[in-house]
Design a protein around this ligand. Structure first.
Ligand code: UDP
Length: 496
């Protein structure tokens, strides 16, 4: 589809926020555009370059094999600004204290100078900038470069945030944490509890930041989404027609795993291809759809009481499990583990605990997995959708409560555990009981009519996700349309 200009390929610069949930889909996106003849460069800092290196190498190998034409993705490296963080700490997931978080955000703002220098030197046709670099809209405009905003979230969540920042419905709501708050102007009635939403009065800086991000994306050439039309058609229409924002879909990138244009080599590119992951072998011996997979992504912290209830819930569910647990829990293992839980995991009798990085894509695509307890990070959500795995949802903050609404209420491929509080502070959350977790697991993985209907819907979505990224699919065509348009715009600009 895309118009080819072999002599002067379209050049797109990708500029991700240094956090795994942003780096992974941006590296994948670059691979998708590279496979369509675009010369792609990813601009990042040294440690983050190392993180995405294997994903990029694999994509380069795959495109070399595809049709003999090689337009390798380049990684351009700029130093991480010296803001007093320990050496090697360059990624959001490596920052633990509030003081370091502030330093990290300061460093992010300082990236503007090297970004501008790079734009001036290389003058790409367009930049796909992480939306969290709200300042990049002005920087790109100053250098005459078209900016496409990217944020790893759903169109549904993005529409909710837009409604939120323009209407501030929380302000007018009663103080009661359980008071329902309606988000105005959306295609459906979307209502959350006050406690599940960002409170602008409690986080004024973050609130202003979200407003800036929304305005910057609105002023951009357009926005690109790791999603697909068939997943959230009403919100695509709302975003483009009602809000008048130009949007292209390129996902779900997770559905490309294992395909010819493989961007991920069967996983998200961050897992090492040469590593023998024991949990995959362990699952080989389990019956189909019998294992529940548990992970809360790369940024969430789980308190010891939450770990304890989760362990109780997994025990009560009677299911086998693979639970990816952060290093935070390692030292306190004796404190939070309920009686008898250590025995369940010793020798992998009933379950496995993975400490550190797990090959999530491969786990979700393993036939033994029948359910996913997730925090509803958008990458994880789409990875489950692409693998046809229904979800048990336990959102904690950011866009996760909105993604939960999409999964549970709209797509009907998940059941919530009853997470009540938008809070990053561990002690500020109301407890979710082990019983509630076990019940949600049963409703997703059981053998009743409802569970089977949910599994069927999840399978149907998997098919739709795969079709969207295939040749002639909706996202495949969207990428072609965007490439064509950018080439056309360049021709017009050159001819003027
Ligand atoms: N991930 C993984 N292994 C892990 C933890 C995370 O592969 O042990 C990947 C996961 O597959 C997803 C990303 O890290 O692609 C997490 O992104 P998400 O948006 O789900 O959550 P975040 O970490 O941004 O909260």
């Amino acid at each position: 589809m895309a118009i080819k200009d072999e002599q002067h390929p379209l050049r797109i610069l990708f500029f991700p926020l240094p956090a795994p949930g942003h780096l992974i889909p941006i590296a994948d996106m670059a691979a998708i555009f590279a496979a369509r003849g675009v010369k792609c460069t990813i601009l990042t800092t040294p440690v983050n370059a190392t993180v995405i290196r294997s994903a990029v190498d694999r994509a380069n190998d795959a495109s070399r094999g595809a049709d003999g034409t090689l337009l390798p993705i380049d990684i351009a490296v700029v130093p991480f600004p010296d803001v007093g963080l320990p050496p090697g700490v360059e990624c959001g997931s490596a920052v633990n204290s509030q003081a370091d978080r502030e330093k990290f955000y300061h460093a992010i703002r300082l990236l503007r100078e090297p970004f501008e220098r790079f734009l001036a030197e290389t003058r790409p046709d367009a930049v796909v900038s992480d939306s969290f670099f709200d300042w990049s809209v002005d920087a790109a405009a100053e250098h005459g470069v078209r900016r496409l905003g990217f944020i790893p979230t759903s169109l549904f969540a993005r529409s909710c945030v837009d409604s939120m920042v323009r209407n501030n419905p929380v302000e007018a709501a009663p103080e009661d944490p359980d008071a329902p708050v309606l988000l105005p102007g959306l295609p459906h009635r979307v209502e959350l509890r006050r406690s599940q939403m960002l409170d602008p009065k409690k986080r004024p800086e973050y609130w202003t930041f979200l407003q800036r991000v929304n305005a910057a994306d609105g002023r951009s050439y357009g926005e690109v989404f790791n999603s697909f039309r068939e997943l959230e058609p009403d919100y695509m229409k709302h975003y483009t027609t009602t809000l008048g924002r130009r949007t292209w879909f390129f996902g779900p990138v997770a559905a490309l795993a294992g395909k010819d244009v493989a961007t991920r080599g069967g996983d998200n590119g961050l897992s090492r291809p040469d590593t023998d992951y024991g949990c995959l072998r362990w699952m080989d011996a389990k019956p189909a759809r019998s294992v529940v997979y548990v992970s809360f992504g790369t940024m969430s912290h789980i308190s010891p009481p939450e770990l304890r209830e989760l362990a109780r819930g997994l025990d009560l569910s009677g299911k086998s499990f693979v639970w990816v647990i952060g290093s935070a829990a390692t030292s306190e293992s004796a404190e939070w583990m309920p009686d008898g839980f250590a025995e369940l995991t010793a020798g992998g009798e009933r379950g496995l605990i993975v400490r550190g990085w797990a090959p999530q894509m491969q786990i979700l695509n393993h036939p033994a997995v029948g359910g996913f307890v997730t925090h509803c990070g958008w990458n994880s959500t789409l990875e489950a959708v692409s693998a046809g795995v229904p979800m048990v949802t336990w959102p904690r903050g950011a866009d996760q409560f909105y993604n939960e609404k999409l999964v549970v209420d709209q797509l009907k491929v998940g059941v919530g555990v009853g997470s009540m509080d938008y809070a990053w502070k561990l002690d500020a959350r109301r407890a979710v009981s082990g019983e509630a977790i076990a019940e949600a697991v049963e409703r997703v993985m059981g053998h009743g009519e409802d569970a089977e209907a949910m599994q069927k819907r999840a399978e149907e979505l998997k098919e739709k996700a795969a079709s969207a990224v295939e040749k002639g699919g909706s996202s495949y065509d969207d990428v072609g349309r965007l490439v064509d348009e950018l080439l056309m715009v360049r021709r017009k600009t050159v001819n003027v």
